[in-house]
Design a protein. Structure first.
Lengths: 189, 202
């Protein structure tokens, strides 16, 4: 089975998630600096989320270009990734209501961590579907970056209860690691 | 008529259906565990609805991969299926407002039954469109799992009025039955690949 429908559903969901996040942002209640400052946390998280989801999409793009076949396990791993990403708009709304407080910031880390696991499971399933000739397997190598980000997100979930801002710093650092697109696939082609 | 446009509209509609549900979820009013706890049932309902639509999508994916062609009747059967699946976010919003109560939980079961009818109807139309040598007919066989889920959903509907939790247990049961994708189509597909490119799987 080809990858085209997996890509079609993924592009649809991610396009909608990226767009509906903006519905969760609130206007400043008044036109003064204090009111503007109040909407900055959800706005900042919106920017970070846009970048994070963009990173997932870019990586998926590279990954599924190198995969020739999908199977049921790959479709489920992908749906699981999409499930966690659809909850991102909810966290932005929550931050809008409560500011940078431990629970919503930890929840954000949990979503990113679960997305990261799902992504690794998807890689695994695509490798299995292509068998021994898998281009994906050859290109991915040790997947050090995947596991590093997973560990960073996991530690940030705990860190959020000590200092939410510190956890946010970890999220930003994690995004920076991935800003450079996945070169592994570009080299292998 | 080829299957690709039927697939495109299905992917687009289902992508929207599974994503806009999140707009109906509510966030805890304060960042404390006491406020978070009441938000969990709706979040769990969302997860179940996501999985259920995911199941329909994956089965659709596998079945259409095997289908050789579609006709007007198959397109309508597909729209019937999509219609009921688009009502899932609506029922989720109802559960969000009314909580785990008999009416919305029964409504969820009703939507699932109608979607299951749509899926069976689509399967039938695809088989008819393919004629006597239908690949799908050969692959799906007796459709025991389809009828079992149909029967279980029919049971869950009245059960919701005794206790909505019984129905939810049935919904979770049916979903877990389908978590393993339809191997019938995968087996068929792997055979095809071996026939077409004998070296590709060595």
């Amino acid at each position: 089975m080809k990858t085209d429908r997996l890509n079609a559903l993924t592009d649809g969901v991610i396009a909608i998630v990226l767009t509906i996040m903006v519905l969760e942002l609130k206007f400043p209640a008044q036109s003064n600096l204090a009111a503007v400052r109040e909407v900055l946390p959800p706005l900042g998280l919106y920017l970070l989320s846009f970048v994070n989801i963009g990173i997932f999409w870019n990586n998926l793009h590279q990954l599924t270009q190198s995969a020739h076949r999908v199977n049921g396990a790959a479709l489920w791993a992908n749906l699981s990734l999409l499930f966690w990403l659809t909850l991102v708009p909810l966290v932005i709304r929550w931050i809008g209501a409560t500011g940078f407080t431990p629970w919503p910031i930890a929840f954000y880390g949990l979503l990113m961590m679960c997305s990261a696991i799902s992504y690794v499971l998807l890689e695994q399933a695509l490798i299995a579907a292509d068998g021994e000739t898998s281009v994906v397997k050859k290109a991915l190598g040790s997947r050090f970056k995947e596991w590093l980000s997973f560990a960073l997100y996991a530690s940030a979930v705990g860190l959020a209860f000590i200092s939410p801002l510190l956890a946010v710093a970890v999220y930003v650092a994690n995004a920076i690691i991935w800003l450079v697109p996945d070169r592994r696939f570009e080299e292998s082609r | 008529v080829k299957t690709d446009r039927l697939n495109t509209i299905t992917d687009a509609v289902l992508a929207i259906a599974i994503t806009i549900m999140v707009l109906d979820l509510r966030v805890p009013a304060s960042p404390a565990w006491d406020a978070i706890e009441p938000a969990i049932p709706l979040l769990a309902a969302y997860a179940l609805a996501f999985v259920n639509i995911g199941i329909f999508w994956i089965n659709h994916h596998h079945m259409l991969n095997t289908a050789a062609r579609v006709n007007g009747r198959a397109l309508w059967a597909n729209f019937f299926l999509l219609f009921w699946l688009t009502l899932v976010p609506f029922v989720i919003r109802w559960i969000g407002l009314a909580g785990i109560t008999p009416q919305p939980v029964a409504a969820y079961g009703f939507v699932m039954i109608m979607a299951a009818i749509g899926y069976l109807w689509l399967e039938r139309e695809l088989i008819l469109a393919e004629g006597t040598e239908s690949r799908i007919r050969a692959v799906v066989g007796s459709r025991k799992k389809e009828w079992a889920s149909f029967g279980l959903y029919a049971l869950a509907l009245p059960a919701a009025f005794i206790s909505p939790w019984i129905s939810i247990a049935i919904y979770v049961g049916v979903a877990s039955m389908w978590l393993v994708p339809d191997r019938r189509f995968e087996r068929w597909h792997n055979l095809q690949v071996e026939v077409e490119q004998p070296t590709s799987r060595t």
